[in-house]
Design a protein around this ligand. Structure first.
Ligand SMILES: [Zn+2]
Length: 209
């Protein structure tokens, strides 16, 4: 997902059940009650904080990301994020920013007793998602495929010259294969050399030819 590291960290905390919601804090004997700080009267689980609280359903819709909401039957947040796979990327990114933004609102209410009007919160989230998209577009320019200018057919060198053709392969296990063929102007092969080289060690002792 093309979101900021901060949003990914938020999603990771959701998936790893480490978001400090009140149910978790009560289980760790850090607070007395686990009621939702927004006053809905329900116990605050991770699901409740991000999706289940009555205030959240209208907010997800207002953010235009209601398709990212699921019922409480979802087994885990990891499963939920997998279900987001088919959602349009810009909706998914905006929803991820919204989830994190609303968790920030939750913290602002708990620690500072302050909350942001919904329209301001939604505008902030939309701006964050948009600015992040522009940032990504500037940093990661689209790759333009380059057309190889290598000739399709081998041709002999001019008389008296030797032509060297070289090639390299780059497999995934950290080794590169280098190959050289030297041919005379009449086409005869003068030399063949291949050299497996470890990218880490740059060890060329194994050259053979
Ligand atoms: Zn609630």
């Amino acid at each position: 997902m093309d979101t900021s590291p901060k949003v990914r960290h938020f999603l990771w905390r959701l998936c790893s059940k480490s978001l400090p919601v009140r149910r978790l804090l009560k289980r760790r004997h850090m607070i007395e009650d686990d009621l939702c700080p927004w006053g809905c009267g329900e116990s605050e689980t991770s699901y409740h904080a991000i999706f289940g609280c009555p205030r959240m359903s209208s907010l997800w819709s207002a953010a235009g990301c209601e398709e990212m909401c699921v019922g409480p039957a979802v087994e885990s947040f990891c499963e939920l994020i997998v279900k987001w796979r088919d959602i349009e990327p810009h909706v998914k990114v905006k929803g991820a920013f919204f989830g994190m933004g609303d968790w920030g609102e939750h913290n602002s209410l708990v620690f500072n007793n302050k909350s942001t009007p919904h329209n301001c919160l939604l505008a902030q989230v939309a701006r964050l998602a948009e600015e992040h998209g522009e940032y990504l577009a500037k940093i990661y320019k689209p790759c333009v495929a380059t057309v190889s200018s290598s000739p399709r057919h081998w041709t002999t060198p001019h008389a008296g010259l030797v032509k060297l053709n070289v090639d390299a392969s780059l497999p995934v296990d950290g080794w590169v294969g280098l190959g050289v063929v030297a041919r005379h102007s009449n086409g005869d092969v003068l030399l063949i050399c291949c050299c497996p080289t470890c990218l880490c060690l740059l060890d060329t002792k194994n050259c053979r030819g």
